[in-house]
Design a protein around this ligand. Sequence first.
Ligand code: ZN
Length: 166
Amino acid sequence: MINIILQNRVYTGDLIQGKKKVENYRTHKLISTNEDEWIIIQNNHEPIVSKDKFDKVQEIINKNKCARSNKEKDLFFSFLKCLDCESSFTLRKVKNYEYYYCTSYVRNGNCTSHSIRKDKLIEIVLHELNKKFERNKIDTLTRDILLKNIDNIIIFKNGEATLNFK
Ligand SMILES: [Zn+2]
């Protein structure tokens, strides 16, 4: 609720029109427009929040959003898929190593563990990527490299992994 108010430009005295448009004239379905399609009438009414303050708040909100999403996202977040139940994977630290487990197994024991050590998985993925792109050898695996090249990674019961390239 607070975020909605803090991010609503109307409180600075501006009037925004055209935030939604009719996508389909037969069904009259409304869709949200991009910010560059908005019609903004500046200083339409008395402001509740000054524009300076409003801009500062937007900056803080965006910074927090970035910090949060970067911290939360593990290298393989959303890439791993269980061969048997198609579940995502959960990262757990056991002693000195990090392991991925089938989330369905972790949550309710509805699958087997499909456990794979994170550093082993990185090795496998690097090996496969370098086999495919011989010319530019990759030393360090990053999320950007994964996002660019990989659709998903299927994890087998015995901890083997198969990459599905984009
Ligand atoms: Zn599973």
